[in-house]
Ligand binder design. Structure first.
Ligand code: DHB
Ligand code: MG
Length: 219
């Protein structure tokens, strides 16, 4: 790792220790995900806490997550919706959903979490509209489809967050033939142009390298 990357990673570790620290439920969820051989692509702890705070700040009670993985971000958001709140989370792979189910239950928020197994294109049309916050963190090729559903299933004022909008600068490489890059770029253009979104994006550096998040509101 070069000196700059190392300094970013050390600063990230300091911020994580200082602002989050150990957390039994979240740490166990990560351990279970690693033990199951799932990819280590969950949000970083500081980003997980940002999701948690955005749920609290917006007062969201119904949260939709697209891309559950092992339930790490799900736990962060489920803790923020309150006793009567709910997180519906969509996961394409049944094996991932099973790990997430066990982890959200072990973290004590299982009653607030509804895991729907299936691809977004099949599951999203079956959901009841009225979500107050939508977190999109699934296959990047489907970004515009997920944004379309976020607008349909949300309402004016719904907060929409999109993970992985930077991809280490790949999004501006004109010669990239990576469909994840094209999908991310299309999603960002949609956020910029679509009359039902007002959006910004922040690049991030840290434990997960160079990436970023978009934050939008549904108009
Ligand atoms: C990938 C997906 C993610 O959601 C992420 O946070 C990092 C990487 C990926 O598919 O490469
Ligand atoms: Mg992601």
């Amino acid at each position: 790792m070069d000196a700059t990357r190392e300094a970013w990673a050390r600063a990230d570790a300091f911020l994580t220790e200082t602002l989050i620290g150990p957390d039994a439920g979240l740490d166990a969820a990560l351990a279970a995900q690693r033990a199951a051989g799932m990819p280590p692509i969950e949000v970083a702890p500081l980003a997980g806490k940002l999701l948690h705070l955005l749920v609290r700040i917006s007062g969201a009670r119904r949260v939709l997550e697209i891309g559950t993985l092992g339930g790490y971000s799900t736990i962060w958001m489920a803790r923020a919706v309150g006793e009567a709140g709910r997180v519906v989370t969509v996961e394409a792979l049944a094996a991932h959903a099973a790990v997430a189910r066990a982890s959200v239950d072990a973290a004590g928020v299982g009653e607030r979490v509804d895991i729907r197994v299936g691809r977004g294109a099949e599951v999203l049309p079956t959901l009841v509209p009225g979500f107050d916050l939508v977190f999109i963190d699934a296959d990047k090729e489907s970004g515009t489809l997920y944004l379309d559903w976020a607008a349909r299933l949300g309402h004016p004022g719904t907060v929409v967050i999109v993970d992985n909008i930077g991809r280490a600068g790949e999004i501006v490489r004109a010669d990239s033939d990576d469909p994840m890059v094209a999908g991310t770029r299309d999603a960002l253009r949609m956020l910029g142009e679509h009359p039902r979104f007002d959006a910004t994006a922040l690049q991030t550096v840290g434990a997960k390298g160079w990436d970023g998040l978009a934050v939008a509101v549904v108009i």
